[in-house]
Design a protein around this ligand. Sequence first.
Ligand code: ADP
Length: 638
Amino acid sequence: MQYPTAPPDCIPTELTVKPRRIRRLSLISLMLALIVGCGYIGYTVSEYFGIQALSENGQRQLELNARSVESEISKYTYLPSLLELEFNVERLLSTPTTYRRHLVNEYLEGLNQRSGSLAIYILNPQGRVLATSNWRDATSYLGEDLSFRAYFKDALEGRAARFYGIGSTAGEPGYYLAHALKKNDKVIGVAVVKVRLEGLEQRWEKARLQAYVSDENGIIILSSNQARWLKAVRPLPAETRERLARSLQYHWWALEELQPLSRKHLADGTELVSFAEDSKSQGKSANITYLSQRRPLVDTAWHITLLSPVNDVQRAAFSHGLLASVACALLIFLGLALNQRRRMIATRLAAREALIQANNELERKIAERTADLQASNLRLQAEVRERQQAETTLRQTQDDLIQAGKLAVIGQMSTAIAHELNQPLAALRTLSGNTIRFLQRGVLDVASSNLQTIGELVDRMGKITGSLRAFARRADDHGQADLEQAIDAALKLLQGHPAFDGLTLEKDCQYSRENMLLGIEQTRLEQILINLIANALDAMTEQNQRQLCLTGREQDSRYLLTVQDNGIGIPVDIRAHLFEPFFTTKPGEKGLGLGLTLSASLAAAAGGNLSVQHPESGGTAFLLNLPIITGHKDEPHD
Ligand code: ADP
């Protein structure tokens, strides 16, 4: 069964009752009910069987005592009838004389002594006592009129006259047995024997028996407990009471009713009755319950009743009920303990099962992960192999490319060398031709000057090839250069350019200090300037007014040289390609497309840069930015 772990949102928390608590309370109530129920059943069963046993025992006791009472009262039944046989009695009844009375009195006295009865006396048919065994006593019945006695009337009418009553003379209780004395079937008198039955009561008391005998009127005439004596066991109708009062059978006794506090019918003649009795031990009134067993006595209308106290049985039943409750509680406790143990074992088994499952799951996951890892590993190994193969291929390709690159570089270099050396060679051709002519003319000083210039050109060419080598190596430039010297050298070299004639040169280079040097090799600076000025001259070739401006300024500890022409300018669509190698717009062998690339490369190697601007006024301006050497010019540069 599953219970919700949290109350629904719609129910306030305080109104929700935890099902666990309800279950626990129900369980506790059930256990208590079970314990009480067991106790009750134990009590009831024990009481039932206890009463059964008590009843059986009581039945035996009742039987014994009934026999005892019967024998006690039956042993005198013959006695009155015996007097019929006595001659003197007959004579007295027929003709009473003093002498005859005396004879009968003595006879009755002797008979009374021998039989152990209380009194024996003779009545005439009118009910007057003619002779009696107690004729000597002061309380003698002699001459008394006892015609009102019921036993006398019964005897006269021929009925069995047995009667318990209280004597009207001395108020002494006794059992009266009367017998009609007949002669020739005519009643001549009545013989009466009065018997004492107190002996029975004394025996009962000795045996601690609670018993009583009730007579035909339901009046208790013998009782082990004197408190019950002459009490009526059933309600007496008013006429009966009146009759009894008239007959003085019980003298003047009130004949109260013996009323039990409670009465429970069990079987015929058997019931449970409770009386409030004075307890001798506790000194106060206590409720005592008896098992009452009743039985009629033979030859009489009397009943004997035996009262067996059931308090002991009830006490035993209470103990048994208590024991049953305790046993039930123990069983419940044992059951709970066993249940707890079973639950603990179940929990442990469940935990163990969960652990095994978790372990299995873990192992499964590990196996899965291991398989994944192995697959990944295999994939990685395959990838590594592929990469290694690709790397090998790449290396091969790279080697091929390097080889191809080397060949390309060789081609570029040779082209560049040719480009750079072209103009000095052209100058050399012109100068050497001039020198030959000056030598033929004998103008030696000019020839000498030309030869010196040729030498200088050869040196420059050497330096150019060196520079190109350096460019090829892309080594950093840590040289120093004199700008003015470089400008002069470049202009000198370009004098033979077709556009040089009619050129307006504006040079405005400002220096913050004298002999300021730039951080670049002299030859490289000259190469850059030759390229920039040559391009400017090329662009201005078609112009009528050619104007070249060289402007130099120190700016932020660096030197900025602007080479601006008023040439044709650079079309917008090709501006992005200016610094790309071999980009040229010049036709045929005129352009190689390496000048700007080389110049930018040389400037960058010196820590500077080369950029281009396109003035709105027209033409083009190249901006060369170079570092300034802070030291002094220590040696001349050529
Ligand atoms: P080349 O001079 O061999 O063509 P460069 O790299 O020096 O190679 O120049 C590339 C191109 O840039 C030239 O072909 C030219 O079209 C353009 N150019 C360079 N300088 C100028 C300039 N001052 N005015 C106009 N165009 C120029």
